[in-house]
Ligand binder design. Sequence first.
Ligand code: SAM
Length: 236
Amino acid sequence: MNLLLLTEADFTRPGRVQLTDQRARHIIQVLGSAVGDSLKVGQLDGLRGSGTIIELSNNSVTLEVTLDTPPPAKLPLTLLLALPRPKVARRVLAAATELGVENIILINSYRVEKSYWQSPLVDDDHLRNAMLEGLVQSGDTHLPSLTRATLFKPFVEDHLPEWLSQRTGLLAHPYAEVACDGAPQKPCLLAIGPEGGFIPYEVDKLLSAGMTGISLGPRILRVETAVPALIGALYY
Ligand code: SAM
């Protein structure tokens, strides 16, 4: 746990928090912390800082916290991700959050199995928890926005133009002719296909909407490999 993530409900008064859930168990059993120890803390949607343990029992930890440091800046990146298998979706969203992605849009595609959308593993709670793990890992406090576009064509025709009005649209495609070798540091919307790839109709629709195809080379990467590799190539 690189950051003890706090919410408003944890505060018993300004500057003091009491934890009795799995975070308390982690501090006691995994970290083996003692009274007087200091931990890195952050408030969800707020500042980071430090917390000093002032009371500790079998299942409760009380800390005095000081929050004075902003979280790391987000990347100006929106990920348009064809919904992968639910277990993979969870891992990809955690990794995208770690890397600082600002917005995530899960989109349907011909090769996304319909059952994926119904899986409890991709319901709001599960995906929020996955993204919270990404925050804790990377020391961030701001969740990416998460939206779902369950119909491909209406999203691309009616909503994508607005997203692209302030962003460069990039379509990650193994067969694209433009190499992904830039470090744009500018707002981008990056589309990643499903495990079977976007079908030609979808590729055409995305390119017609103004997106540019980019490739990392001839190796066909799994979605969970392609996402961090592409973000790394673009921004890191
Ligand atoms: N059989 C699919 C195909 O040939 O398009 C493979 C899809 S791949 C498993 C899933 C997604 O990862 C792709 O749609 C693309 O967005 C991204 N991807 C994988 N390898 C890539 C590469 N070398 N360059 C750019 N994007 C890649």
